[in-house]
Design a protein around this ligand. Structure first.
Ligand code: GUN
Length: 311
């Protein structure tokens, strides 16, 4: 029976953490402990889980982290005041405001207030702009993690048709830029599909690589993909069931059907998810190392190395 290569983010993230441990040690020898401030507004259950898991990872690596939990009724002004304070706090090299924010808060205004040199999410317009011209400072964590998975499994996008489903600033837009950049491991031909695309299947059927980041359980079915396609599933959706937990986590890909056709596929859980946190740690270390000029070797992510011009 056909078995695809399962692209394990769990394994790739473990090797990323192994590399990062040396860099953390190096920084500690220079009296620098990378620090991340996390701002969590309200009670969104998914956000609570994500933030808990980020904090756990930072603590395990003996990094400095603090979570600022604010009521869902917090005013925009108080939130801006907190960001101002965090921008000036030298113990925090990175600041992350967990999204989504409550409706009464203008997310753009909050993101714009973060010091772009501490914007480890890569969401600030300055960082989004730098990425779009192929000179990234901080690359958003989930898209960076996807590129790292492809890199780890030696999947080169050169000459490949990549179809991205979703155009969010968190995943869809930046991954469409990364996959199409003129660089050694990218250089793909990328199409973005979104809610305004009339016939998504007509695009995915021709794709060598499909990245689906919609948040719709089982959206991508076997009928929508061509034989031997490479499938990257960014969705993490809770589907209620009769299990002990009361729910199962599923991706945006209809796993049972698509795995029979794909040549390689990321699972959910254990695919893209673990990479997001690994890249957040990496970005925070990059932010911290900007303050330290005498490291034994320059701290640059593997992905920055692979952003060399295409031959
Ligand atoms: N919400 C969902 N994904 C993310 C992320 O990568 N960063 C932040 N700040 N919020 C998110």
């Amino acid at each position: 029976m056909h078995e695809p290569l399962v692209l394990s983010g769990k394994e790739v993230s473990a090797s990323v953490f192994d590399d990062l441990k040396n860099k953390i040690e190096d920084l500690k020898n220079h009296d620098v402990v990378p620090g991340l401030a996390v701002v969590l507004v309200g009670e969104d259950p998914a956000s609570q889980i994500y933030v808990r898991s980020k904090t756990k990872t930072f603590n395990k690596l003996n990094l400095h982290t603090e979570t600022y939990r604010l009521s869902s009724e917090v005013t925009e002004v108080s939130l801006l005041d907190l960001i101002k304070k965090l921008n000036q706090d030298p113990t925090f090299h990175g600041i992350l405001v967990q999204l989504p924010l409550p409706k009464h808060i203008n997310s753009d205004k909050i993101i714009n207030a973060i010091d772009p040199n501490k914007d480890v999410d890569g969401f600030h317009p300055e960082n989004a702009g730098l990425l779009s011209i192929g000179k990234p400072r901080f690359i958003p964590c989930t898209p960076k993690g996807i590129m790292r998975i492809l890199n780890h499994y030696q999947i080169n996008l050169k000459g490949k048709h990549v179809v991205v489903i979703g155009r969010s600033n968190i995943v869809g837009r930046p991954i469409s830029i990364l996959t199409s950049l003129k660089s050694e491991w990218a250089n793909g031909t990328t199409t973005i599909c979104h809610s305004g695309t009339p016939d998504i299947k007509s695009h995915t059927k021709n794709a060598d690589v499909v990245v689906v980041a919609l948040g719709v359980p089982g959206f991508l079915t076997s009928k929508m993909v061509k034989d031997n396609a490479i499938i990257i599933d960014v969705g993490i959706n809770r589907v209620d069931d009769d299990s002990v937990k009361g729910y199962t986590l599923v991706g945006d890909v209809e796993w049972e059907g698509v795995k029979k056709i794909a040549s390689a596929i990321t699972p959910v859980p254990g695919g893209v998810g673990p990479m997001t946190i690994a890249m957040l740690v990496e970005n925070t270390i990059e932010a911290a190392s900007d303050h330290t000029s005498e490291l034994s070797e320059p701290i640059q992510s593997q992905y920055h190395h692979s952003l060399q011009p295409a031959k």
